[in-house]
Design a protein around this ligand. Structure first.
Ligand SMILES: C[S@@+](CC[C@H](N)C(=O)[O-])C[C@H]1O[C@@H](n2cnc3c(N)ncnc32)[C@H](O)[C@@H]1O
Length: 295
């Protein structure tokens, strides 16, 4: 890359702010050169000569700008994921949280789960496998497992359900045997498990969840290794949206320490040996808190 292909300090700052507003992603100082390279790459693809022009283009409310964001996001997002990532948290889900939810929902046999920032699908599909193992009369349940992400390429892969051994590096060999077909060094996920999960493009920061019919009445939201890449204000915004779509006493699970420094007044925290989890306070408890703070 030639020397002239670097962004000025002011423009770098402007792009960083724009990206944070649009996606929540925080570009750290050490990643600024990388960002500059990605921006020039996109400009080249669009035949745009000046970064100022590209910056303006991203700010428009046009279809073309929306499509460009989708392409830029492919370069900015980290897609690292694998089945049963963080075994401890999955053990907690398998042994405590999911059995408890299943029991409390036995009366209407309805469960609604969202994996927010699901990348290539390993997280929601691991939950689908657990539910298949835990619910004997699964066909009588109305299950919704929704995987949402901002990266369209990741969602495409998630819908295909074909994985490399690297994605299965942490899976129990028996589970692997039961739910994957090994063909030419790739692992094809069982169709029944695949059909349990719906994948959808949603930008957690920018999109209004009201516009997505599925984004309501969640019993469990799992959002791990997403907020580590976010600015604090974007985390707060998404946390507020999660609070709105969780049912009373619904669970929120994030990666360890991802909510440090955030206002968690709408949640009770529950510490298990395996992980901290957040439970949405019931209406009464939220009101009680507001009442006490006014005294
Ligand atoms: C490192 S992956 C985490 C995948 C999975 N949750 C896990 O823990 O294995 C982070 C994901 O968050 C997604 N992401 C980043 N910003 C997002 C946003 N604003 N809305 C939705 N997804 C986003 C990325 O595209 C990426 O797929």
């Amino acid at each position: 890359m030639s020397k002239t292909e670097f962004l000025s300090v002011a423009l770098t700052e402007a792009f960083i702010k724009l990206i944070a507003r649009q996606t929540g992603l925080e570009i750290r100082e050490r990643d600024e050169v990388d960002l500059s390279e990605k921006i020039f790459l996109r400009m080249k693809a669009l035949n745009i000569l000046f970064p100022e022009e590209y910056y303006k283009f991203l700010g428009y409310s046009t279809i073309e700008s929306y499509q460009e964001w989708q392409k830029l996001v492919l370069l900015l997002t980290n897609l690292e994921s694998y089945f049963f990532r963080d075994k401890e948290q999955f053990n907690l889900l398998r042994d405590r949280i999911l059995p408890e939810l299943i029991q409390s929902k036995e009366h209407n046999k309805t469960l609604r789960i969202c994996s927010a920032g699901c990348s290539t699908g390993e997280e929601p599909l691991s939950i689908a496998i657990l539910l298949k193992e835990l619910i004997p009369d699964l066909e009588q349940w109305n299950l919704m497992i929704l995987g949402v992400d901002i990266n369209q390429e990741a969602l495409k892969k998630a819908r295909e359900g074909i994985y490399t051994p690297w994605s299965l590096r942490s899976i129990d060999p028996e589970i692997m045997q039961r739910y994957f077909l090994h063909i030419n060094n790739q692992y094809h996920l069982d169709l029944q498990i695949k059909q349990m999960v719906k994948f959808k493009y949603i930008n957690l920061v920018k999109d209004s969840f009201n516009e997505h019919d599925e984004m309501r009445d969640m019993d469990l939201i799992i959002c791990r290794n997403v907020f580590i890449y976010f600015e604090a204000s974007a985390i707060a915004k998404v946390l507020d949206k999660f609070n709105q779509i969780l049912q009373a006493s619904g669970y929120l699970i994030t990666g360890h320490t991802e909510l440090c420094g955030q206002d968690l007044s709408h949640f009770e925290t529950k510490l298990f040996p395996e992980s901290l989890v957040y439970i949405k306070k019931t209406f009464d408890k939220q009101n009680e808190r507001t009442f006490l703070s006014q005294l």
